[in-house]
Design a protein around this ligand. Structure first.
Ligand SMILES: *[C@@H]1O[C@H](CO)[C@@H](O)[C@H](O)[C@H]1NC(C)=O
Ligand SMILES: *[C@@H]1O[C@H](CO)[C@@H](O)[C@H](O)[C@H]1NC(C)=O
Ligand SMILES: *[C@@H]1O[C@H](CO)[C@@H](O)[C@H](O)[C@H]1NC(C)=O
Ligand SMILES: *[C@@H]1O[C@H](CO)[C@@H](O)[C@H](O)[C@H]1NC(C)=O
Ligand SMILES: *[C@@H]1O[C@H](CO)[C@@H](O)[C@H](O)[C@H]1NC(C)=O
Ligand SMILES: *[C@@H]1O[C@H](CO)[C@@H](O)[C@H](O)[C@H]1NC(C)=O
Ligand SMILES: *[C@@H]1O[C@H](CO)[C@@H](O)[C@H](O)[C@H]1NC(C)=O
Ligand SMILES: *[C@@H]1O[C@H](CO)[C@@H](O)[C@H](O)[C@H]1NC(C)=O
Ligand SMILES: *[C@@H]1O[C@H](CO)[C@@H](O)[C@H](O)[C@H]1NC(C)=O
Length: 479
């Protein structure tokens, strides 16, 4: 029996089709971006274009450098005995299919594709392999088993030191991969449904023994493409790439009940060269949350999240944020571009969360072209809720937050003006607001700032004193 009283129960925090641009156009856009205040050293510029309110629409999908859907061998899961009746457990069939296809493709290097035809395919957790495509045809529905035994326990992540919700091991994700290269999960809008209700009940009832599993988790892997499908009802965070590089997540529909706890949409964690674009997400937690490990564990693993593009994301989350940074950010987060974000009926459009003991940094962040309607707090920097992995965290490890540019933002029908509070003892600097307009503010139209400093230009309503041209940050560009 786990000591429930001491077990950790973190509360849930309080589109379209675009071709990949040819290289020449990208280079042109890169030089355009280079002179518009983006970090020039960033490799991200080689693949990111558009932004700045121009008409050009870009894709960052080139960050995936695998073979794509074309594989040397292919087979349907039915060939491995799977039955698409929604009742038969197909766990063994999926596992056999991946193992057999891996063996068939071995040596050739051309990889394998597993096809899931229309039908209702109930399964427990299974692992993917390298040079592999999981393809969900139109009408294909992968249903997650509701038997917790079908989600075996695995070791906690080193950068968390324990399961995120409970001490010790954690449930594996439904679709899992570790140490892989070139993995594609795609289809013609087939669906993966985590049937997470049983897990949310365990959380609500405080009877969860171990940390819930994700719908899809890839660990220590490169060249990941997840696209063109619908993901529903994840038990916990929906898509979790951790310790990964070259990850593309695009054109997904991610759905969970708006009160389902911790059902984040997409959480890049200690990962770099990540592209997240053209997704519609509605869930009970952040639509996208950039993370990098927890307190002293994240500090010692020291794997940052960097070079990340998040573009054309839209959706709603009544208690959380469109895009969140943290609160786990102890390995550092840098060089992130968020643009063309549209959020409505949500608690925040953008939130930076940290805590005492996190250490780490969040720096070189650009957030631009944001629209929001019916949002409680448009932009929020918040102190954590004293949410720690254990009592061994270093109370003097403060987060360093700097160089955050927020521009071209329009918000209508809000409860409050921005609320910007640094973690106690920390000072956030180089925060820049440009061309930002918040109107129809129903409760409090004065900005609230504590230990957060920077510049503001063309901002309505008037920002707090701390932003009235205090020093000049090169991050903010020429005034
Ligand atoms: C997005 O996915 C849908 C299927 O869900 C597909 O029909 C459409 O072509 C995809 N769009 C792009 C740009 O790939
Ligand atoms: C942030 O950008 C500056 C250049 O603007 C660069 O010197 C610095 O190394 C970057 N920081 C990180 C952590 O990437
Ligand atoms: C799936 O991968 C995880 C992590 O690598 C491993 O612990 C687990 O045993 C694997 N499961 C199966 C069924 O092979
Ligand atoms: C990550 O995966 C690679 C194989 O791609 C492996 O060689 C390496 O040991 C793994 N690293 C860790 C920390 O597990
Ligand atoms: C894919 O399916 C989801 C859920 O059924 C739906 O909301 C979405 O519009 C579909 N997307 C496309 C491109 O057909
Ligand atoms: C858990 O909560 C649900 C309602 O959320 C309830 O129906 C169920 O009986 C509870 N289960 C236990 C084991 O308490
Ligand atoms: C949690 O642990 C208790 C006590 O060992 C056990 O009765 C219960 O079935 C477990 N629940 C789950 C979801 O594994
Ligand atoms: C200000 O922001 C709005 C909304 O994003 C945009 O339409 C407009 O072009 C921006 N103005 C300037 C001068 O960048
Ligand atoms: C300017 O910012 C510094 C911190 O960078 C702060 O100590 C100082 O009080 C600020 N000055 C004004 C006028 O806000």
């Amino acid at each position: 029996m786990l000591p429930q009283a001491t077990a950790h129960q973190p509360s849930p925090c309080r589109a379209a089709a675009h071709p990949i641009l040819p290289v020449a156009a990208l280079l042109l856009l890169s030089s355009y971006l280079a002179i518009t205040y983006l970090p020039t050293a960033a490799p991200i510029l080689l693949i990111a274009g558009g932004g700045g309110g121009g008409d050009m629409i870009s894709s960052c999908a080139g960050l995936y450098r695998g073979r794509g859907g074309g594989r040397a061998v292919a087979a349907s899961v039915e060939e491995f005995g799977a039955v698409g009746d929604g009742v038969t457990s197909n766990t063994a069939a999926f596992r056999r299919a991946v193992a057999t296809l891996e063996a068939r493709a071995a040596g050739g290097g051309g990889g394998a594709r597993l096809e899931v035809p229309a039908g209702r395919w109930l399964t427990g957790s299974f692992n993917l392999t390298s040079r592999f495509t999981l393809f969900l045809h139109h009408g294909a529905l992968i249903l997650a088993s509701q038997d917790p035994e079908e989600w075996p326990l695995i070791a906690p992540l080193p950068s968390y030191g324990r399961g995120r919700e409970r001490l010790g091991p954690r449930h594996i994700s439904l679709i899992h991969g570790e140490g892989l290269n070139d993995v594609v999960i795609t289809g013609n809008n087939g669906t993966i449904d985590g049937q997470g209700r049983i897990w949310w009940d365990l959380w609500w009832n405080r009877t969860l023994n171990h940390t819930r599993g994700h719908l899809i988790e890839l660990v220590n892997s490169t060249n990941i493409m997840i696209s063109d499908i619908t993901l529903r009802n994840s038990p916990f965070w929906t898509v979790h790439p951790v310790y990964c590089r070259n990850v593309v997540i695009r054109n997904l529909t991610v759905l969970a009940p708006l009160n389902a706890p911790n059902t984040d949409g997409i959480d890049p964690d200690s990962s770099s060269e990540v592209c997240i674009e053209d997704c519609y997400i509605e869930s009970g937690d952040d639509l996208v949350a950039v993370k990098s490990g927890w307190d002293q564990y994240g500090v010692s693993v020291a794997m940052p999240s960097s070079n990340i593009i998040i573009q054309r994301i839209s959706g709603t989350t009544p208690t959380c944020s469109g895009v969140g940074f943290g609160s786990e950010m102890s390995g550092g987060i840098s060089n992130v571009i968020v643009r063309d974000l549209h959020v409505w009926n949500s608690a925040q459009a953008v939130r930076i969360k940290s805590d005492v003991g996190r250490g780490g940094y969040i720096t070189n962040i650009t957030i631009e072209n944001v629209r929001m309607e019916k949002v409680k707090v448009p932009i929020r920097f918040s102190r954590g809720a004293d949410d720690h992995s254990d009592d061994m965290y270093d109370r003097s490890a403060l987060p360093r937050i700097s160089n955050v540019l927020i521009r071209n933002v329009v918000g209508v029908d809000l409860q409050r003006a921005p609320m910007l509070e640094a973690v106690h003892g920390a000072v956030y600097e180089g925060i820049c607001f440009r061309n930002v307009s918040f109107t129809v503010i129903r409760r409090q139209d004065r900005w609230h700032c504590e230990s957060v400093y920077g510049e503001a230009h063309d901002v309505f309503p008037a920002p707090c004193e701390e932003f009235r041209k205090n020093g000049s940050s090169s991050w903010c560009g020429p005034s």
